[in-house]
Design a protein around this ligand. Structure first.
Ligand code: LLP
Length: 493
């Protein structure tokens, strides 16, 4: 076995194929960062002119740093792109921001002020919506296992739509609404059997999973009717239900428009068939969320306008073919609005370099001989408790040295957290300058969606705060937890 000590500066055989050695380690890769994030003259990362060291001084690390202007701009861009594309088809699109990706009262207010609506998935998310004061008719409630309490709350708040996930739930919503002498506005969530190209745990419209009413013909015991059709038929018979239309969501972090288009076609076929068969009108069709973002330089999501145009073309053609007027279309983007608005700021602590065997590339050793290469472990002061996505979905991220620039050579690094698990990885593979040292600050972009939202208190780490930066000033929109917060829930008995 040969030891090859001089691999810094060149691509490491330990790196995945997609990872290139950056030409400039200090450069920010466009597409990963929120608008307003740049290095200042001294080389330090800043957002709207506020440096990361200043943010650390004021708020500590780890810290989620979100650009409010960028959030608002992305919300508007998404809404404009879809409204333009669908204007002549159904007068525009209702955009429901998927609150599960990141939710707090400030964000609900931004969503409302930018003319979007809100998609919630639990009583807790409804509580945030209610506290923020968004009107109930602009809110939707999802969930495959809603409690009676959540259904009552939806009716209390006069929600614009409850997205019903099963026949049993349809019956429960009908009973509860009826008992209250009210009518629930309902969408039916269907599974069109479209397989989205994404991680298995975030693909949601194929048959073999927990969500939605199956459109496959023999999925219930009622004379060959699909669960979806059975629900349409039953809904018309319940006085407590106003059936608005159909819904589907095919998965998350999807780059290509084909899956959305295919799902739209299937749903429109079904909608037209139901309208004819049951002499009803289903005025709404929700095509869900799932639009992907870039986490690393090799991710190339389509711009919102391109996806919107592709989906609009399909809806236009399909409705013409079926001879129906298009239902009002709605969508539910979460990640595509909030994901890239935010970076997580960490402080570097312990560093360690290991040497790992890899087959010798080219002439670096005798044929068949393996060579060892260095991999540097860079520990930060957070980890899987503030971003479990690498552990849950093998998600890739990138990172840069934020507190300063460096002219040192690139070194293949793995950014890891401080939890008691070897799988506690924040960024699996990234080139960082070899002089990264304890006390440096690292920034990981693209952490706006499903990071804070999925955060935990593993190892009794306090969840980080979220800072919103707008026009040169930074304010906490969610305070970080303290040890006292954690201990307060321990009853001590
Ligand atoms: N609508 C429904 C019904 C959903 O279930 C979801 C996400 C969305 C909209 C928003 O999807 P988005 O546009 O954000 O992709 N934790 C996973 C993602 C789970 C998505 C859950 N549902 C992750 O971190 O990748």
């Amino acid at each position: 076995m040969t030891t090859n000590p001089s691999t810094t500066g060149a691509a490491s055989p330990l790196a995945p194929e997609w990872l290139q050695v950056p030409a400039d380690l200090n450069a920010l890769h466009e597409g990963l960062w929120a608008g307003g994030v740049a290095r200042n003259k001294a080389g330090e990362l800043a957002i709207d002119g506020i440096t990361v060291s200043e943010l650390q001084r004021q708020f500590g690390t780890p810290l989620f740093v979100m650009s409010e202007n960028d959030f608002r701009a992305r919300a508007r861009a998404f809404s404009d792109a879809f409204n333009d594309a669908f204007a002549d088809i159904c007068g525009g699109v209702d955009v429901y921001y998927a609150g599960k990706s990141f939710l707090c009262t400030a964000v609900v207010r931004w969503v409302e002020e930018e003319g979007l609506r809100l998609d919630t998935a639990s009583g807790g998310e409804l509580a945030v919506a209610a506290r923020a004061g968004i009107p109930g008719p602009d809110v939707a409630l999802h969930g495959n296992n809603k409690s009676d309490g959540e259904i009552h709350r939806a009716l209390d708040l006069k929600l614009g739509r409850i997205v019903v996930d099963s026949l049993a739930e349809l019956e429960r919503v009908a009973k509860i609404a009826d008992a209250r002498g009210e009518t629930a506005k309902v969408m039916l969530r269907l599974t069109p059997g479209v397989h989205a190209h994404t991680h298995e745990f975030i693909a949601t419209a194929h048959e073999d999973q927990k969500f939605g009413l199956s459109m496959a013909g023999d999925s219930t015991d009622q004379a060959g009717l699909s669960a979806a059709e059975e629900a349409v038929a039953a809904a018309s018979g319940y006085p407590g239900i106003e059936l608005l239309g159909l819904h589907c969501h095919i998965g998350s972090q999807i780059f290509e428009p084909d899956g959305f288009a295919l799902a739209a076609e299937k749903l429109l076929d079904f909608l037209a068939a139901m309208q004819t068969k049951y002499s009803i009108v289903l005025p709404e069709l929700d095509l869900g969320g799932g639009y992907g973002i870039a986490y690393t330089p090799v991710d190339t999501p389509r711009p919102a306008a391109e996806i919107a145009q592709a989906m609009a073309a399909v809806v236009r053609t399909k409705c013409a073919e079926l001879g129906i007027s298009s239902p009002r279309i709605s969508i539910e983007p979460g990640r595509a609005i909030v994901g890239s608005t935010t970076f997580t700021l960490y402080e570097v602590g312990t560093l360690k370099t290991v040497r790992v065997d890899a087959p010798a590339p080219g002439d670096a050793g005798a044929p068949g001989e393996s060579v060892t290469y260095p991999r540097r472990y860079v520990s930060v002061d957070g980890g899987m408790s503030d971003n479990p996505r690498p552990v849950l979905y093998d998600a890739d991220y990138s990172a840069i040295l934020a507190s300063r620039t460096s002219e040192a050579a690139p070194q293949l690094s793995r950014v890891v957290g401080k939890h008691c698990e070897s799988g506690d990885i924040v960024v699996r593979d990234v080139y960082l300058p070899e002089d990264v040292a304890a006390g440096d600050l690292l920034a990981v972009p693209g952490t706006g969606a499903y990071c804070w939202a999925l955060s935990s208190n593993y190892n009794y780490l306090a969840r980080p705060g979220v800072v919103a930066v707008r026009d040169g000033s930074a304010r906490l929109i969610v305070r970080g937890e303290t040890e006292e917060d954690l201990l307060n829930r321990d009853m001590g008995v």
